[in-house]
Design a protein around this ligand. Structure first.
Ligand code: RTP
Ligand code: MG
Length: 137
């Protein structure tokens, strides 16, 4: 089942020089293709829309601050079961709970600075792809 997902390499991944490492893991999966890729600094407006579901939670404000603290790499990945697949490569939200071998498990220690975002469902992917890459059909 071919799908598309929106992936963000968060500002910690970019600052720490892990762009190649993380993209390499995605690239090496069979039957997946990167179909869009850009380094960009996210506006408050885009972050509010992207993380709208978390508005009002205690971690929301520091999350938005962190996500605008430097550029991210935004990419669209498409291919076989890619929504579930990138989430599996990333590992659980808390990097300490994430297994070694996953991106968060290998490189993270702080819940907020967990290196990567990936859409969590087909509905989220649709919404996030429109928000980040409106020109993509
Ligand atoms: P994401 O949306 O970034 O792909 O991550 P996720 O689904 O694994 O986690 P989610 O629950 O959607 O939370 C979004 C991001 O907020 C930060 N966070 N901080 N307690 C905390 O300090 C806390 N909880 C979540 C993380 O950066 C998380 O990825
Ligand atoms: Mg999420």
């Amino acid at each position: 089942m071919s799908q598309r997902t929106l992936v963000l390499l968060k500002p910690d991944a970019v600052r720490r020089g892990l762009i190649g490492e993380v993209i390499g893991r995605i690239e090496r999966k069979a039957n997946w293709t990167i179909s869009a890729l850009e380094l960009r600094t996210l506006s408050q407006d885009v972050l509010e829309q992207h993380y709208g579901e978390h508005k009002g939670k205690p971690f929301y404000e520091p999350l938005v601050e962190f996500m605008s603290s430097g550029p991210v790499v935004a990419l669209v990945v498409e291919g076989e079961r890619v929504i579930e697949g990138v989430r599996a490569l990333a590992g659980p939200t808390d990097p300490i709970a994430a297994a070694p071998g996953s991106i968060r498990g290998d490189f993270g220690t702080i819940v907020r600075e967990n290196l990567i975002h990936a859409s969590d469902s087909e509905e989220s992917a649709e919404r996030e792809l429109k928000l980040f890459f409106p020109s993509l059909v």
